[in-house]
Design a protein around this ligand. Structure first.
Ligand SMILES: Nc1nc2c(ncn2[C@@H]2O[C@H](COP(=O)(O)OP(=O)(O)OP(=O)(O)O)[C@@H](O)[C@H]2O)c(=O)[nH]1
Length: 631
């Protein structure tokens, strides 16, 4: 370098002296303060920078060129779209400038990311490299990933790591599919899924969206800031890294899969094609892992006993069937059925003898009470006479009156409380059952058949109630239950003819007993009663003594009308025995005493329920105590 001339002006002497500066001499220190003072504000050198920056906002035309040069990936939108018809690529350019580092926290599980960051630089070519380092298998995987990313021309334009890694990943398989594998192209599913805008929504759901969000702010960040880009690659890398099955990366695969599903790829054949063609089996593995639905938590065994085999199983506690309430005895049922009658009677008796000595008036009052209880005039007089004989003129308690009543009622009933006797010299012994509608004929037949069959007798049933189809079916049911053959005919058939046929068949079958049901009828219905008379007459043709037993069912709740019923049926059909039914209900049991006293007909059974074993032999004492309210 030439020497530096320094001119010194001497205003006094006007001498010009040229001194040659010694180059070797050290430069004097610059006095900045002095310079600043000397220079006018307009001449400041610093403004140059300011000027450069200011113009940017005004006319960015100037800056653009450098920007493009620096970050070609960003402006790529246009080229990207041209290169790839897929809409997926177009959005990518916007995303490239991502400042991913900020979002990374979203993918927490990816701790390895920081370590892999250094690998990021390699990413542009093969982003998944970090993965391979960790896992030996990655070799095949990397290429797959590369292809995926490769399709984005963005890379070619700009080696920017983030852009490259992102675009391929976001579009994922799609991008890779198209360019890389013909198989994919052939796949019908692939094309449709890629073309539609599906990828966008998928991104929104998946990683792509995150990246966008992250990127948006970063887009304006100057180039130097982009350096963190490699960091951005982390998520991508993480997503890819999991490809090797060994990598347990959780989140990234989710994104990938989410995209697939959103785009309609799912596990479809298209997806499989992609995998096969790309050889990204690891990715498959990842995708499969994540989607695997978590099995619903097994219900906790309830407190109690459990069985431990392969797993803990609740031991089903044997459901104890509710134990049927112990069946009350027939007497208890009868007693309860007669309770209303008994309470009413006892109350009335107590009312008669309250603070009163036994005299004619009290005896008359008692007689009225007993008659109103359906016991009948005869039975009432027996009771009052008995009471007067022993207690006349004395104080009498209600309890004493009830005791005397029980005794007298029993005396009345004892003569009728007889067991049913069957003369088996007659084959069959024919039992004709008659009664008013609904008094319990068919039910009583069933119960009786059960008793007889249980006793070893062969029984045949005849459905003589040809007026009601239900009655025929009802008897058949009883026949099945008691294993007794049932003779029946068409509805409306002649009942007498049926009875005759049944008798013959029973004879031929050698049955011990033939029980013939008849239609219910009111005793005042002359026609029906005539039919009943005809039945009896027809049976007598086969055996003059048949029917051997004529049972009349009497509803214990009927009241005084029962007396008339028995009267008529006895005259028409020759009733020679009674069955008092429904004594378990709200019975007016007193009528039984009246019937017994008047007609002196044997009472063979009482009905105390609807079940097969609810037919009990009649007991005078029990009935008397029950109706008198004596324990
Ligand atoms: N509580 C109770 N119900 C009875 C008893 N006997 C019969 N029944 C019921 O009374 C109803 C009439 O009984 P059935 O046997 O059909 O009377 P039925 O005399 O044959 O009737 P018809 O054929 O219409 O004349 C049915 O619901 C029976 O279950 C009994 O002793 N106690």
């Amino acid at each position: 370098m030439a020497g530096f001339l320094k001119k010194i002006f001497s205003f006094g002497k006007k001498e010009v002296v040229e001194e040659r500066i010694d180059e070797s001499a050290p430069l004097p220190p610059i006095k900045w303060d002095a310079l600043e003072a000397l220079k006018p504000a307009a001449e400041q050198a610093v403004p140059e920078f300011l000027k450069r920056e200011e113009p940017r906002p005004e006319a960015e035309a100037a800056p653009p060129p450098p920007v493009e040069a620096e970050a070609p990936p960003a402006p790529l939108p246009a080229p990207v779209e041209e290169a790839e018809p897929a809409p997926i690529i177009s959005p990518e350019p916007d995303i490239q400038p991502e400042p991913a580092p900020v979002k990374e926290p979203e993918t927490p599980a990816e701790e390895p990311a920081p370590e892999e960051i250094p690998a990021a630089p390699v990413i542009p070519e093969s982003p998944p490299e970090p993965g391979p380092e960790e896992i030996p298998e990655p070799a095949p995987t990397q290429p797959a990933i590369v292809q995926t990313e490769g399709p984005s021309p963005e890379r070619g334009a700009a080696p920017h790591p983030p852009a490259g890694t992102f675009s391929p990943y976001s579009d994922g398989e799609k991008g890779a599919d198209r360019p890389a594998e013909p198989a994919i192209e052939s796949g019908k599913e692939v094309a449709p899924t890629l073309t539609p805008s599906a990828p966008r929504p998928s991104r929104g759901e998946g990683e792509g969206e995150r990246q966008r969000e992250d990127i948006a702010p970063a887009a304006e960040i100057p180039p130097p800031i982009r350096q963190p880009a490699p960091v951005e690659a982390k998520p991508v890398v993480a997503g890819i890294a999991p490809e090797p099955e060994a990598v347990p990366a959780p989140h990234p695969p989710l994104d990938g899969e989410g995209r697939r599903e959103a785009a309609g790829w799912g596990d479809s054949a298209g997806a499989s094609h992609l995998r096969a063609s790309l050889g990204t089996s690891p990715i498959e593995a990842e995708v499969k892992r994540e989607p695997v639905p978590q099995p619903p938590p097994e219900p906790k065994p309830a407190p109690g006993k459990v069985t431990v085999t392969k797993k803990v199983e609740q031991r089903a506690e044997p459901q104890k069937a509710p134990e049927p309430a112990p069946k009350r005895s027939w007497f208890q049922r009868m007693k309860e059925g007669l309770a209303r009658s008994s309470r009413e009677l006892s109350g009335n008796i107590a009312g008669v003898f309250t603070k009163r000595k036994l005299d004619e008036d009290t005896l008359q009052d008692l007689e009225d009470v007993l008659i109103r209880a359906d016991l009948g005039m005869e039975t009432a007089l027996r009771i009052t006479d008995s009471l007067a004989a022993s207690r006349y003129g004395k104080d009498v308690s209600e309890t004493e009156v009830r005791a005397i009543m029980a005794t007298e009622v029993e005396k009345v009933l004892t003569h009728v409380a007889l067991p049913l006797e069957l003369d088996l010299s007659h084959k069959p012994h024919v039992i004709l059952v008659v009664g008013v509608n609904g008094t319990g004929k068919t039910t009583t037949i069933g119960k009786l058949a059960a008793k007889l069959t249980d006793g070893g007798l062969s029984v045949m049933l005849a459905a003589g109630d040809t007026f009601r189809a239900a009655a025929i079916e009802q008897l058949k049911i009883w026949g099945e239950r008691t294993k007794s053959p049932v003779i029946a005919s068409k509805l409306g058939a002649d009942a007498a003819g049926l009875a005759y046929d049944a008798f013959e068949q029973a004879r031929q079958a050698g049955s011990d007993v033939l029980i013939i049901d008849t239609a219910g009828r009111l005793q005042n219905k002359t026609e029906l009663m005539a039919e009943l008379e005809k039945i009896v007459r027809v049976l007598g043709k086969l055996d003059p003594e048949a029917p051997h037993t004529v049972l009349q069912t009497v509803d214990a709740t009927t009241g005084q009308n029962a007396l008339n019923q028995v009267e008529i049926f006895r005259n028409v059909a020759g009733v020679n025995g009674l069955v008092m039914t429904k004594l378990d209900g709200t019975a007016r049991g007193g009528i039984l005493v009246a019937i017994a006293a008047k007609h002196k007909l044997p009472v063979y059974f009482i009905g105390v329920g609807e079940q097969v074993d609810d037919l009990e032999p009649f007991s005078a004492s029990e009935f008397a105590r029950a109706i008198a309210g004596v324990a």
